[in-house]
Design a protein around this ligand. Structure first.
Ligand code: GRF
Length: 208
């Protein structure tokens, strides 16, 4: 993370509605938060996440896999687009693509997942939790590694599963808690740094 006087530079990656992005944008409006969203990237056009960035006056970029000759080529292009904004931190907030090990070497990348890792990884965290019958699920912020939702855990928040929940109602309640968790953890990281040693993550420690 940068010196305290300059806000941490964050690039946010999105694929959809971008409510987590919006929570970060709103938090960053307060200079005391300690971070600034310097760009928003997406893997598709015409999504609400990009519109939210436009409305906030934040630059955007799009890298669509289908526009590149290979997944490798896409990964390199995505890395170049992100690097142009010199981020201290990349936040994948509903970004529905896995990035390459090279990308993860280059950028400290956090992802938010709508389940309590290591339970229910993958695309359907709320559905899988509901089908399993757990009484408590939640959201997890983690440092992205080569696996699917397997990286070192930065923060978690529990959410009760109600008897009348369906996937949509459960996911919406998770997202409310998820946004607060994300804003809190990213702010503390921006202001205090983060250290990752094996699976142990500490906030408020020097950047790795
Ligand atoms: C979040 O629940 C995120 O964890 C999941 O997709 C949702 C994205 O929501 N991967 P939004 O686009 O931030 O509204």
């Amino acid at each position: 993370m940068p010196e305290q006087s300059s806000p941490a530079r964050i690039v946010v990656l999105v694929s959809g509605s971008g409510t987590n992005l919006q929570a970060l944008l709103d938090a960053c409006a307060d200079p005391a938060y300690g971070a600034r969203v310097v760009a928003v990237g997406a893997d598709r056009d015409a999504i609400e996440g990009l519109a939210r960035a436009d409305r906030a006056g934040v630059p955007t970029f799009v890298a669509r896999v289908e526009d590149y000759s290979s997944r490798d080529h896409w990964n390199r292009a995505l890395g170049d687009k992100v690097a142009a904004f010199e981020p201290d931190l990349v936040v994948s907030a509903g970004f529905m693509k896995l990035v390459s090990p090279e990308f993860l070497e280059q950028f400290l990348t956090l992802n938010t997942h709508p389940a309590l890792c290591p339970a229910f990884p993958g695309m359907h965290g709320p559905r899988d939790a509901l089908e399993h019958g757990v009484k408590v699920t939640g959201a997890t912020l983690f440092v992205v590694d080569a696996g699917v939702d397997t990286g070192p855990i930065v923060a978690q928040v529990p959410v009760e599963v109600r008897e009348d929940d369906d996937v949509a109602s459960l996911h919406e309640r998770i997202k409310t808690a998820e946004r607060a968790m994300l804003v809190d953890a990213v702010g503390r990281i921006a202001r205090g740094g983060i250290s990752v040693e094996g699976r142990r993550v500490r906030i408020g420690a020097p950047a790795r």
